[in-house]
Design a protein around this ligand. Structure first.
Ligand SMILES: Nc1ncnc2c1ncn2[C@@H]1O[C@H](COP(=O)(O)OP(=O)(O)OP(=O)(O)O)[C@@H](O)[C@H]1O
Ligand SMILES: [Mg+2]
Length: 160
């Protein structure tokens, strides 16, 4: 049934390159003003996916690292700016809401790791949940919440 859900795609990744490729496919289809909510345990591959996302937005993938301090890293130089946010070190509900909103609902693309710790719920976003299947294998469930991600989902469906 879930295969027919127009808002959901499940993909398998056999390694880092696959996860990056999935991020790239998403990035290529974004037009600005989107949010990606990434979840998965430590080392699942969230940052890896952002690396591909960056490439898909025309941002140098080498710029991507793990934001810890500051928790927001802006990557410029692409077709659209990419704001990489990682709330791992932030207590749930903490953080400057106004500042976060500027990045989350700006003209660029925001990718948030540990988004469960955002001080308020997101609207119109694409969630990517990564789970471990083996040492290198991962399962990725990509789901649209609200509107704006049909093109990205179609591209992923073609890859699945
Ligand atoms: N299929 C895969 N997809 C992504 N990364 C993989 C995969 N298989 C192995 N890896 C390895 O897992 C690690 C993923 O690291 P990454 O920093 O992307 O995780 P993360 O989810 O962002 O973790 P954190 O919560 O600490 O930020 C990398 O070392 C990568 O080489
Ligand atoms: Mg990370």
């Amino acid at each position: 049934m879930s295969d027919r859900d127009p808002d959901r795609v499940e993909l398998a990744s056999a390694g880092e390159e696959d996860t990056e490729r999935i991020g790239y496919a998403i990035g290529c289809r974004l037009r600005g003003g989107e949010r990606l909510a990434l979840s998965g345990e430590l080392g699942a591959g969230k940052t890896c996916l952002v690396r591909g996302l960056a490439a898909g937005l025309g941002v140098d993938r080498e710029l991507v690292r793990s934001p810890s301090f500051p928790v927001i890293l802006p990557y410029e130089g692409g077709r659209l700016p990419l704001y990489h946010i990682d709330l791992f070190r932030q207590a749930e509900g903490a953080g400057d809401v106004e500042e976060l909103r500027e990045y989350l609902y700006g003209e660029g693309v925001a990718a948030v790791e540990w988004w469960e710790r955002l001080p308020e719920p997101l609207t119109d976003y694409l969630s990517v949940a990564i789970t471990f299947v083996g040492t290198e294998r991962r399962s990725l469930v990509v789901e649209q919440h609200g509107v704006g991600y049909d093109r990205a989902l179609d591209a992923l469906r073609a890859m699945s």
